[in-house]
Design a protein around this ligand. Sequence first.
Ligand code: PLP
Length: 473
Amino acid sequence: MAAVKQIREAGTAAALANHETIDLAKRHLVQPWPYAGEIGAEARSLISGGEGIYITDGEGKRLIDGPAGMWCVNVGHRREELARVMYDQAMQLSYNTPWYTMNEPSAVLAERIAAYAPGDLNHVFFTTGGSTAVESALRFMQFFNNARGRSEKKLILSRGGAYHGSTYLSASLNGRPRDRDWMDGADELVVKLSSPDAFRRPKGMSVAAFADMLVAEFEATVLRVGADKIGAFIGEPVQASGGVILPPENYLRRIRKICRDNEILFIADEVVTAFGRLGHVFASQDVFDIDPDIITFAKGVTSGYFPLGGMVISERLLEELRRSNHPTAMYAHGLTYTSHPVGCAVALTNLDLLENGILTHAQNVAPYFQQQLKTLEDLPLVGEVRGIGLMACVECVADRESKNPLQLDTNVGMRIDRHCHELGLLVRPLINMCVMSPPLVITRDQIDDMVGILREGISRTMDDLRHEGVWQG
Ligand SMILES: Cc1ncc(COP(=O)(O)O)c(C=O)c1O
C-alpha cells in the first residue's frame, strides 16, 4: 500500500523501487499470452527506459533492443521529435469523434500513405493496431461481397505459420499450433494452407519445386472449395512471428495472379514489413513485386510511440461500392479511436524521420546485418539463419540432418535469451528460434556487438545443454 500511495503522490510509476513494481504486477496485472498456471501472477523483465537501439532494464542494465520492442520501434527509442509532436497535437486537439467529425493529421497522413502504396491503393482506414487493421480488412471483404450480392463468397484463405492478431476473427487465421490449441476461433470461416517455410520443405525437394507445390495446393483449394465461396487470401509477405519465413521466389506473384483470376481479394498483412523493416514504406511492390487489393499496417507507422494501425484499400473496390449506390448497405465498422489525431500526427513525424535518412540507412546496413548474422551458422546448434532487410531468425535444431527441433523445444530460445540478457542483448525467443529485428538506426558497430553477444549466448547455451546431457552436438 505504501508503494501505491507513493505513486499517487509522485503521479508516476517511476517513483517505485523495482521489487515494488514487480509485486504490483504480480498481484494485479494480466500480461499477454500467459500460461494458465501463471495468469495474473507473473513477473516479467522490467524495462525502465530506452534510447536509440538500447533499453534499460529494472536493474539499470543497458541492453540492445534486439526485437525493437515487438518489431515496432523502427526509428529507435527516445526520439524527441515524436515526444514533442505528441505533446503539441494533444494541446492542439487531443481527440475528436470520427463518427461525424474529422481532423487534419488523419487526412494528411492518408494522402502520404496512399502515395507510397502500390497500384490503385489510395484510401486509408485507420485503426488502433494490427489486429484491428486485419479485422477491418476482413469485415470490409464481407461487406463488399454482401453489397455485391455475393453473400456466399466469404471464406478466408490463411497459411500455417501465420500470425494476424488477437481479436476473434484475426486470431482465427493464426497458423502456429500453440496459438490455437486452447483458444476458440471462427473456424468455419477459414481455410488453412501450408506454411511457405522452405527450411522445412520435404526432404530432397528443391525450393523451386516446393514453390510449385504451394501454388498447386492453392489452385487445388480454390477448385475444391470453389472460387464463388472464397472472399480473400491473407498473407504476411514475410511471415514474421512464424520465424521470419521468406516466400520462395515468385510464389507471392503466382498466388496474386490466381487471386485476381478468381476475384479473391489479396490482403497483404504488412503489419511488420511496412514502414522501413525491409527498407521501404511498403514491401509488397518494392520488394516482392505484388499489388495487393488491401494492405494492412501498424507497428512501425508510429514506431510504437502511439497505438495506430490501418488498411490501405484499392480505389477500384471503393468505386465499385460507390457505383452500386445501394440505399441501405453500410460498412458498419469503426472504432472510437479511428483516425486518432495524436496517433496520426506522430505517424506524420515518424514518416518524416524515415524519409529523411532512416529508410536509406536501413537499406545500406541490411546486407551487413544479414551477412554478420549468417556467420552464426558455424555453431552446431544453429540449423539456419535466414532473413531479409532488418529482420532475421536464428533457428536452432537438435541436428542438421533431421532438423529436429523437438528435443530442444525445452525452450532453447528462452535459454539463449537468458544468457544474452546477462551479456547485454534482449532477443525475441520463439520456442527453438531467436528473432532479431532491431531499430532501423542500428550501426555496423552495433551490429557487431549484437552478433558477438548472440554468438556467446548460443555458445553458453550449447555448454549448458551438453552438461545436462540433453544434446551432444
Ligand atoms: C503480421 C501481423 N499482423 C497482425 C498483428 C497484430 O498486431 P497488433 O498486436 O498490433 O494487434 C501482428 C502482431 O505482431 C503481426 O505480426
